[in-house]
Design a protein around this ligand. Structure first.
Ligand code: KIV
Length: 290
């Protein structure tokens, strides 16, 4: 049975992307890196809701339903408590809100590490319930067998090396990685293992720049940097960070907006008008027909 995902344009709040576009595919993203070079950098942002996806879609190549939604949406202390159900629900919303970008969904902590079989069951559930095209998982060499298992069974996988937030309890914090020779060597080895296992792209997070560049030059698939280097094959940021939703942001984030201020000022104006009984006004109220 095939499912078609459509935005309901009959309701007043549904505001579809300007023009439905043909959706990009995983092979087309993978093919953007030719002979070690990606001419036009790949653009990825996180998205967690349908409306957010509608607004971001036309500007991105990939939308990542990141498990960062644990902190950003649910106020959790880390990504560790995030569940498969949360990921499937938010990914379905993002697919419904997009026409163009490849939607990638994060495999949450505990849903894939035990075995390739466990990973297959979790990934299949995510893709079936959401309509997303690919999954992302954290970890390098230790996950290579799983990446090969999934890709051979029709599930495209994006890898994630360097600072891997699901391992915060092992890492002891969110510091940049690759400062020691041993750590740097491990990151490069991890990325190569994922590449050889068939990952179509690899997120390189929180890694000192020379190592991010070395990883990018060492793998055939595109790298997507976050706190890494402009020389990666693409970039990703958490959308709320980039929009200025939070006062405190990590060093690698550039705030392109100040949405927190806009929301606060708008809420203050609304509250003022409600308290002054100037909202709702004539335009927002219904009167009996004369
Ligand atoms: O969960 C997430 O948002 C991520 C990105 C930061 C790469 O993994």
């Amino acid at each position: 049975m095939s499912t078609t995902f459509q935005i309901d344009t009959s309701t007043s709040r549904a505001n579809p992307t300007p023009a439905p576009m043909k959706r990009l595919t995983v092979p087309r993203i993978r093919q953007r890196k030719v002979g070690g070079t990606t001419e036009e950098p790949i653009v990825m942002l996180t998205a967690y809701t349908a409306r957010q996806a509608q607004l971001l879609d036309a500007h991105c190549d990939l939308l990542l339903v990141g498990d960062s939604l644990g902190q950003v949406i649910y106020g959790l202390p880390s990504t560790v408590p995030v569940t498969l159900e949360m990921m499937a629900n938010h990914a379905a919303a993002v697919v419904r809100g997009s026409y163009h970008s490849v939607v990638v969904v994060d495999m949450p902590f505990g849903a894939y590490e035990a075995s390739p079989q466990q990973a297959f069951e979790s990934a299949a559930r995510l893709l079936k319930e959401s309509g997303a095209a690919a999954v992302k998982l954290e970890g390098g060499e230790a996950m290579a067998e799983t990446v090969a298992f999934l890709t051979r069974r029709g599930i495209p996988v994006m890898g994630h090396v360097g600072l891997t937030p699901q391992a915060v309890n092992m890492l002891g914090g969110y510091m940049a990685r690759g400062r020691s020779d041993a750590e740097a060597e491990k990151i490069v080895t991890d990325a190569k293992a994922l590449d050889e296992a068939g990952a179509f792209a690899i997120v390189v997070e929180g890694v000192v720049e020379p190592i991010a560049i070395e990883v990018t030059q060492s793998v055939a698939c595109p790298t997507i940097g976050i706190g890494a280097s402009a020389q990666c094959d693409g970039q990703v940021l958490v959308t709320e960070d980039m929009l200025g939703m939070f006062e405190r942001v990590p060093r690698f984030v550039k705030k392109y907006g100040n949405i927190a201020e806009t929301i606060e000022q708008t809420a203050a104006k609304y509250a003022e008008e409600v308290r002054a009984r100037s909202f709702p006004g004539e335009e927002q109220t219904y009167q009996p027909k004369a």
